[in-house]
Design a protein around this ligand. Structure first.
Ligand SMILES: [Zn+2]
Length: 92
């Protein structure tokens, strides 16, 4: 399981609440402080994401916890908040 003290990217819409968290991507970490996880609205990003600690993401969005032992290269999409995550190999 990824350390919850590592950094994760959260899209500007999810941060400001203007769009729900609907896409989670597990990329390869870019450095030792990075988890490689991205938490996105999935509707196209035009602004730079925020950097959160993974533990902060889990606190705000507890239903991502079930994903966090999934390997690099996988991504997850759901239709709406509370819906089941659908897994993809690579980008959906
Ligand atoms: Zn977004």
């Amino acid at each position: 399981m990824t350390s919850e003290r590592l950094a994760a990217l959260v899209c500007a819409h999810v941060v400001d609440g203007s769009a729900p968290l609907r896409m989670v991507v597990h990329d390869a970490p870019i450095d030792p402080s990075d988890s490689g996880w991205q938490f996105l609205c999935g509707e196209g990003e035009t602004e730079p994401p925020s950097v959160w600690m993974l533990s902060e993401v889990i606190e705000q969005f507890p239903d991502v916890r079930v994903l966090l032992d999934q390997p690099v290269g996988r991504s997850f999409v759901r239709e709406r908040e509370g819906a089941e995550w659908i897994a993809y190999e690579g980008e959906p």
